[in-house]
Design a protein around this ligand. Structure first.
Ligand SMILES: NC(=O)c1ccc[n+]([C@@H]2O[C@H](COP(=O)([O-])OP(=O)(O)OC[C@H]3O[C@@H](n4cnc5c(N)ncnc54)[C@H](O)[C@@H]3O)[C@@H](O)[C@H]2O)c1
Length: 341
């Protein structure tokens, strides 16, 4: 298939593009390139694709495409809270516009990168499955719920949206993100000797390796239509349903000499959910996630050492919010996060 991969220069897109190519697909990218230079290690070989803002996509960008994998977004809660109205413009309205254009162009499958954050304050120790009530607690998570709702309205006999509700990702990507929990804790552990947890450590946080997300999307692309059409799937595995305190313990085991410190200074975190991932395994026989949290922590520690991660890069270059704040302050992007020409 000819696959349009939006967000191909992001953390997940940089891992996913080669997996799709290896599966025999022709990949075309589309990205504003906000984090294109945030690279740790060798420069990735990106697929061809225009530097385009999602809000400026036209029919031309989806012409001749068989399937869309839509990753491009302001990608986490702090970014969403920085500018809620921009989050809705980019993550919600521009995503739905892209889907409409794709449907008009005859694209048959549209894999949407949603998130388990849609369960928000699910709380409790019970596993939440896809039909659980959605209780988003941030503009970011709310934007994902709205897109799922609007894509559902577009589903028909020819156009199949699929809602891939990813757990929180971890693992090495050449376009590293240090602002997601495992990647962040491993960095702190190496750079300071402490595994620093600012919440009280009790919230459940399901995790999944970036490479497992890439394999899941590839499987959903290749699956029979009936298995995935207009369905939501939690992407991850039950073994990686862990509390933040447990994640910290795993990191301390992976990074020699590191000590856990839970300060609780950020108070209780309302985002807590323990997730049931069985629906996707049922839809895609033979699929399971390969990576555990511990393996991911070891992989990250190796990569950080090998590529010489510094404190400055950890806090600035690989923290999405810091990159956008800096770009805004030095005038390379305007108030709406568009490049100044
Ligand atoms: N990483 C995770 O833990 C995780 C978990 C669940 C869901 N997701 C979702 O997966 C997707 C990818 O996440 P990621 O971790 O790779 O994030 P990322 O921030 O690394 O990548 C997002 C990409 O989108 C691009 N982008 C942002 N705004 C754009 C715009 N207006 N126009 C065009 N491109 C734009 C950025 O340039 C970037 O390359 C996102 O939709 C995110 O919400 C991520």
């Amino acid at each position: 298939m000819r696959v349009l991969l939006t967000g191909h220069q992001g953390y997940l897109g940089t891992v996913m593009a080669p997996v799709l190519t290896a599966a025999g697909h022709e990949v075309v990218g589309l990205d504003a390139g906000l984090f294109a230079d945030c690279v740790l290690g060798p420069q990735p070989a990106d697929p061809q694709g225009p530097r385009v803002d999602l809000r400026d996509v036209t029919a031309e960008h989806v012409a001749g495409v068989d399937a869309v994998i839509h990753l491009a977004a302001l990608s986490n809660d702090p970014l969403g809270s920085l500018a809620p109205e921009l989050t809705y413009d980019i993550n919600h309205h521009a995503s739905v516009r892209l889907a409409r254009l794709a449907r008009e162009a005859g694209v048959r499958r549209f894999l949407y990168a949603s998130t388990c954050s849609v369960y928000g304050a699910a709380g409790g120790d019970d596993l939440v499955a896809e039909d659980a009530p959605l209780r988003p607690v941030t503009p970011y998570a709310e934007s994902k719920v709205r897109v799922e709702d609007d894509l559902h309205e577009l589903a028909d006999g020819d156009f199949s949206p699929v809602y891939m509700r990813n757990a929180t990702a971890f693992g090495y990507s050449p376009r590293l993100r240090a602002d997601i929990v495992l990647n962040n804790l491993v960095g702190h552990a190496l750079l300071s000797g402490e595994v620093l947890v600012l919440s009280d450590g009790t919230p459940w946080r399901p995790l999944v390796h970036a490479a497992d997300i890439a394999r899941a999307f590839t499987a959903a692309l290749d699956a029979p239509r009936d298995a995935v059409h207009d369905r939501a799937f939690n992407i991850g595995s039950e073994v990686n349903n862990v509390t933040v305190a447990e994640i910290a313990e795993q990191v301390a085991e992976a990074v020699e000499g590191a000590k856990v410190r839970i300060t609780g200074e950020n108070g209780a975190d309302p985002r807590s959910y323990r997730v049931d991932f069985s629906r996707f395994r049922g839809a895609i026989p033979g699929f399971d996630c390969a990576w555990t949290v511990k393996q991911g922590a070891l992989e990250l520690a190796d990569a950080y050492r090998k590529h010489g991660l510094t404190k400055e890069a950890f806090e600035q270059r690989f923290t999405r919010l810091a990159v956008l704040r800096a770009a805004s302050e030095n005038g390379t992007v305007d108030d709406t996060l568009r490049w100044r020409r």
